[in-house]
Design a protein around this ligand. Sequence first.
Ligand SMILES: [Zn+2]
Length: 65
Amino acid sequence: MTTELPHTMSAICAVCHRHTTAPVEVRRLEPADAPGTTLYTCPEDVGTLPPGPGADECTPLRTAG
Ligand SMILES: [Zn+2]
């Protein structure tokens, strides 16, 4: 007997943190010192995720002084 999971797309919504079977990719996080991850939201929360740093603008701002 095997407990194979069905090959359905599923992810945890980054907004409501609920499991969704129809995730929408909203952002890619690719830190230099960690494996990249992708943020998903459920269809209901599409567009509600506030804009944040993406892979393009991952430059750490350090103000000396
Ligand atoms: Zn959601």
